[in-house]
Design a protein around this ligand. Structure first.
Ligand code: SF4
Length: 309
């Protein structure tokens, strides 16, 4: 690495000499071969299965996703089976994962694949981006893990690793997303299979070693090229500590409560019953219920809420 510097207004993008870059790639790929996570969705290049995993992994821990991923694929083994399933069954299957709107998105995505792609899952970033609930990161990941795309994609873990490795992260600032993506792209190995493993390696380093709260620099394969350990002790605690919004009693908490109640009763629940189990003002409960209806997670007929068919 020839230079790492920054000033108040602009980030100076560090130049990586080809030899140095090759060394970083070699070290990280070797580390991944030894220590990378063995995850069920890494045993397949089926774009439907990888899409399911990527949607489930949005804002959800890997350990929670694994059993749900397996159960979901057992219930809906192909994109066609999912597209033809009842919405209520898909929502039932999503129980325990949270962020339930993802179930609706996934169902809608499968329907779109059947309708607009003749039932064949797309594997290019542009086509994947047209599916409901699929953003830049998910499209990039699915394209890379199934279609061999070498386009870099950014998630929180990857951004953090890049920030600590190559930019002045003392102030917890990063270059603009576009610049960061270009930089991430410049690191991707050009060989196809190496690019595939590189994406996984980068993600795993962020998830296992270069973690948000306690980076394990002492055991990191990149400690010799990373400047972060040098100024680590001078960094403010706020770099690590992320204030988490309280989940209990949040709207998301009560959304989950209402939806769980509806899931439990095949014939739906009455608003009166909901009132008896919710300890929040009726106006708030109504607002949250409206959100669930808008998101396609419940339907209201008269005074009964149930899962959509
Ligand atoms: S040395 Fe520390 S900060 Fe740098 S990449 Fe490794 S874990 Fe992250």
């Amino acid at each position: 690495m020839s230079k790492i510097s920054s000033n108040k207004e602009n980030f100076v993008v560090p130049l990586l000499l080809p030899k140095r870059l090759a060394a970083i790639q070699r070290v990280l790929l070797r580390w991944y071969a030894e220590k990378g996570r063995d995850l069920p969705w890494r045993h397949t290049r089926d774009p439907y299965k990888v899409l399911v995993s990527e949607i489930m992994l949005q804002q959800t821990q890997v350990d929670r996703v694994i059993p749900k991923y397996q159960a979901f694929l057992k219930a809906f083994p192909t994109v066609e089976k999912l597209a033809r399933a009842r919405r209520s069954r898909v929502i039932q299957c999503w129980a325990g994962l949270g962020y339930n709107r993802r179930a609706v998105y996934l169902h809608e995505a499968a329907k779109k694949v059947l309708r607009d792609f003749d039932g064949v899952m797309p594997i290019t970033i542009d086509a994947l981006r047209t599916l409901p609930g699929v953003g830049d990161y998910t499209a990039g990941a699915v394209a890379a893990f199934t279609g061999g795309s070498k386009t870099a994609f950014l998630d929180t873990n990857i951004k953090r690793v890049l920030g600590r490795l190559f930019f002045n992260t003392k102030k917890k600032r990063l270059p603009a997303e576009k610049k960061l993506a270009e930089y991430a792209q410049s690191l991707v190995p050009t060989k196809k299979d190496e690019a595939y493993f590189w994406h996984h390696a980068h993600m795993d380093l962020g998830a296992l070693v270069c973690t948000a709260a306690k980076p394990k620099c002492e055991t990191c394969p990149l400690k010799r090229v990373c400047p972060f350990p040098l100024f680590r002790d001078t960094i403010k605690k706020s770099h690590y500590a992320k204030p988490q919004p309280t989940f209990k009693n949040s709207d998301r908490f009560w959304r989950g409560r209402i939806l769980d109640a509806v899931r439990r009763k095949k014939r739906g629940v009455t608003l009166g019953y909901l009132k008896s189990i919710l300890v929040i003002p009726p106006t708030r409960a109504e607002k949250i219920t409206q959100g669930l209806i808008r998101d396609g997670l419940v339907v209201r007929i008269g005074s009964t809420l149930s899962l959509p068919e």
